[in-house]
Design a protein around this ligand. Structure first.
Ligand SMILES: N[C@@H](CCC(=O)N[C@@H](CS)C(=O)NCC(=O)O)C(=O)O
Length: 276
């Protein structure tokens, strides 16, 4: 592919570009259709899907509930990104970027719209005073790693995962380039976790909640069927950390929310009992 393509002077959209997401990807933003979103009885309304970006938020909400924060109770509605639900008018009004997860906090006089998983984790951490130190170097370190995840995971998902698993053909150049970067990122985490129990230090934080669904799942061999290809067994400190995070009851619960496949979990969550 790379040596047979000469870019034209001006890029144009080939709707049959191929690959897993050809039918939903577009070069323009904005809604494609009118669609009302449901609103349940809890103040927190989540519109999402149980992908790595989606489960960060449901893990956080389940962790808050496990700590006794009744105000973190939530309705989780399934947004089917394969069918274009992210381009519905109500969804775009919450997230103009048309990506899950998106959330509304209706607990105050004026509803607050939330998008970008990192922003949602930070908002919830501040609102409930959990999983984020209140100041100083400890808080800065959590934010360092939270933003590290936001900048790094697109290389794992949109780069490596796309070309290894979803592109219409296997091309050596992009697979090599992104496999090298993902392995470098795993080594970054492995070296950190050699010296500390959790990503940002001694305490479990929103940095762990953000990083586990991408990099923890990768060393568990759950990303793109690439566990052997990436030799994930080599990252022993990441393995140890991932096993500890995975054993947390709230993590087990959060991972099962907004799953389209009933073997993996539930489509919608409205009560704690839905997951019991
Ligand atoms: N940086 C965003 C990424 C969100 C994202 O990429 N969501 C994907 C699913 S994991 C999505 O909604 N894709 C739909 C689309 O691209 O149309 C975040 O962390 O919230």
């Amino acid at each position: 592919m790379p040596d047979t393509y000469t870019p034209p002077k001006v890029w144009t959209w080939n709707k049959d570009g191929g690959g897993r997401f050809a039918s939903i990807n577009r070069p323009i933003a904005g809604p494609t259709h009118d669609a009302e979103l449901p609103i349940g009885r809890h103040p927190l309304q989540l519109y999402s899907l149980g992908t790595p970006n989606g489960v960060k938020v449901t893990i956080m909400l389940e962790e808050l509930l496990a700590k006794g924060h009744a105000g973190a109770d939530y309705d989780a509605w399934l947004i089917n990104i394969g069918q274009g639900d992210q381009f519905g008018s109500d969804f775009v009004a919450i997230n103009p970027n048309s990506k899950i997860p998106a959330m509304m906090d209706r607990s105050g006089d004026t509803p607050v719209r939330l998008f970008e998983s990192g922003s949602i984790l930070f908002y919830l951490a501040e609102k409930f005073g959990e999983f984020l130190p209140t100041g100083g170097a400890a808080r800065a370190e959590v934010m360092n790693w939270l933003f590290w995840q936001m900048g790094s995971a697109p290389y794992l998902g949109g780069g490596f995962g796309h070309f290894y698993a979803y592109a219409p053909e296997k091309w050596e150049y992009p697979i090599n380039r992104f496999a090298m970067e993902v392995k470098r990122q795993l080594d970054v985490l492995d070296r950190q976790l050699a010296e500390r129990p959790f990503i940002a230090g001694d305490a479990y934080s929103i940095a762990d909640i953000a990083i586990y669904p991408w990099y923890g799942r990768t060393v568990e061999g759950q990303s793109y069927g690439a566990g052997e290809f990436l030799a994930v067994h080599e990252y022993t400190n990441v393995q140890r950390w991932a096993a500890e995070i995975a054993s947390r009851p709230a993590v087990m619960r959060g991972k099962r929310v907004n799953k389209a496949n009933p073997e993996e979990g539930i489509r919608e969550r409205h009560e704690a009992a839905d997951l019991d």
